[in-house]
Design a protein around this ligand. Structure first.
Ligand code: OFO
Length: 172
């Protein structure tokens, strides 16, 4: 059984995962309209994964006697200044998500909720992978700079880069 404190904290994480999915969906749509096929595929997939992160939390909350609340979401930006600023936003967002997951883990330890603590370890590993991937992408973009041919190749490459953490993993 979840304590009200843990239930509230988990529901806040539901909001964050839902927002992540929504933001990446908006980015994917922008990239598609701009003609970046590889980038948009990558982001559509990333958006789906974030939705799975949200669902996994909702199911866990419900299984533990709580109530997973489906939040109302704000409209994310429709336009982005370019590929590099967009992926910088992805990296910053993932860093933010990791820090929120860490706070959740901390609350579980303080509340002695070891079941939820154990459940959250999946998110801890997931965030390590997602942050590492976002950093790898930013490193590539820094190398490419403003080179248009480089952007073309980057877009092509992104289709083949493994999608963010856990794309084909169990439990997604
Ligand atoms: Fe990348 O945010 Fe989910 O966990």
């Amino acid at each position: 059984m979840l304590s009200p404190k843990i239930e509230t904290a988990l529901n806040q994480q539901v909001v964050l995962e839902a927002e992540s999915s929504q933001i990446y969906l908006a980015m994917a749509s922008w990239a598609e309209v701009e003609g970046y096929e590889g980038i948009s595929n990558f982001l559509f997939k990333h958006s789906d994964e974030e939705r799975m992160h949200m669902l996994k939390l909702v199911k866990f909350i419900n299984e533990r006697g709580g109530h997973g609340i489906i939040p109302k979401l704000a409209q994310p930006p429709a336009k982005y200044k370019g590929i590099k600023p967009l992926f910088q936003m992805v990296l910053d967002h993932e860093i933010h998500v990791s820090s929120e997951i860490n706070k959740l883990v901390d609350i579980c330890l303080k509340e002695k909720d070891y079941t939820t603590h154990n459940f959250l370890q999946w998110y801890v590993s997931e965030q390590i992978e997602e942050e590492a991937l976002a950093r790898k992408i930013m490193d590539k973009l820094k190398l490419i700079g403003d080179d248009k041919a480089g952007h073309y190749l980057f877009d092509r490459d992104l289709s083949s880069i493994a999608a963010p953490a856990g794309g084909g993993k169990e439990g997604k």
